[in-house]
Design a protein around this ligand. Structure first.
Ligand SMILES: Cc1cc2nc3c(=O)[nH]c(=O)nc-3n(C[C@H](O)[C@H](O)[C@H](O)COP(=O)(O)O)c2cc1C
Length: 358
């Protein structure tokens, strides 16, 4: 047993693998399966409303008494200005024409139809529901939320994509830092600079090990025993697994979406702002090709909302070229087995390679 004892004791788990929160893909069943493998499960609450969050947390509690994390999107919501309303109209018209060209029948509502939730109501839920571990991405929690969560003994995990972001999290007293490498699937958690940091994940992890005193979790490209061992040697104590679980039995992706992930090859995986207005890594397709360079991109979360309407229709009609299929650069060997089996196999693979002589 070569894992960091303090780290696993802090989180109350047996092994330091963390099922990544993956909004739109991870499920209650996936989090429960991760806990069954002795690992940390995560519930991706993203920016859902408080009632829905309570339901998800309670459903999980019914199935496991083991610890799990709840994950929040901690982003600033841009104000609705006349300029935003004007731009929204332009993007709406562009997307309607684009959809018609591709035989996608969609009616895109006006901006005022969308309900945008900010994270404070989810902090209230985490406290009321006595959640033990709260992770977050897209920013840092405000001071009051940090103090309130800490007052009830909550362990806080912040996400960084640069040294500057890690230092901000450390200064705020965040307990653990998830270092998200640029190779990671899904949204970049970046929150300081307008342009996202370009540093590679292992370079960032190695620098952070020398720079901050907070225990580090690594996320990005962990797809087999060797990648986990490499991250451990570079200083990570926890290992967050995302893409590898996307085709698992508990993933909410449909069969045709899983098949697209499984068939992905070199060159298929890009960073794109087209779906949500924030950079995210996933599969390049007709949608990303048309939107990324078009200039018709609203700030997050408005782009996410407006394209969500089109994506919902595309999903119903199994039009995979118009969907966001997030995955990382490692092109993992996907498995449709249970999350618990995939994580157990990963742990066995780590042990297989420990002490491996080159
Ligand atoms: C489909 C998908 C959805 C994601 N959603 C979230 C999320 O809701 N919250 C979050 O903190 N990270 C999210 N991420 C990022 C993961 O937490 C993690 O950083 C990433 O998956 C690690 O890289 P990997 O995909 O190469 O394993 C998502 C990743 C994927 C693939």
């Amino acid at each position: 047993m070569h894992w960091d004892k303090e780290f696993i004791q802090l989180l109350g788990i047996q092994y330091p693998l963390i099922q990544a929160p993956m909004f739109g893909v991870s499920t209650v069943d996936m989090a429960v399966a991760a806990t069954q493998a002795g690992c940390l499960g995560s519930l991706a609450l993203a920016d859902i409303d408080a009632d829905a969050a309570v339901q998800v947390i309670r459903a999980t509690r019914k199935l496991t008494d083991k610890p799990f994390a709840v994950d929040l999107f901690v982003h600033r919501i841009p104000e609705v200005t006349p300029e935003l309303v004007r731009k929204y109209g332009e993007v709406k018209a562009f997307l309607e024409t684009f959809a018609a060209q591709h035989s996608i029948e969609v009616v895109i509502p006006e901006l005022s139809a969308f309900k945008i939730n900010e994270y404070h109501s989810l902090v209230d839920v985490a406290i009321e529901e006595k959640c033990k571990i709260v992770s977050f991405t897209f920013g840092n929690l405000d001071e009051t939320s940090i103090a309130r969560l800490k007052a009830v003994g909550c362990i806080l995990i912040g996400t960084c994509t640069s040294v500057r972001e890690a230092k901000i999290l450390e200064k705020s007293g965040i307990d653990l830092i998830c270092v998200q490498g640029i190779e990671a699937g899904g949204h970049r958690g970046s929150f300081v600079d307008e342009e996202i940091p370009q540093i590679g994940g292992f370079s960032l992890l190695s620098q952070l090990y020398d720079t901050v005193d907070v225990p580090l979790i690594y996320a990005g490209g962990l797809s087999n025993g060797r990648t986990i061992l490499a991250a451990q040697v570079l200083g990570a104590k926890g290992f967050q697994i995302g893409s590898l679980l996307c085709a698992s039995a508990e993933s909410s992706l449909k069969y045709f979406e899983k098949q697209r992930l499984i068939s992905a090859k070199e060159g298929d995986v890009i960073l794109t702002k087209s779906f949500s207005g924030r950079y995210a890594r996933g599969i390049k397709n007709t949608f990303t090709d048309a939107i990324d360079d078009s200039g018709y991109i609203l700030p997050y979360p408005y782009q996410n909302k407006i394209t969500g309407v089109l994506r919902a229709v595309a999903k119903r009609n199994e039009k995979v070229d118009f969907l966001n299929l997030w995955m990382g650069q490692s092109l993992p060997r996907f498995s449709e087995r249970s999350t618990a089996d995939i994580l157990k196999e990963l742990l066995a693979d780590v042990e297989r390679y420990r002490g491996y002589k080159i």
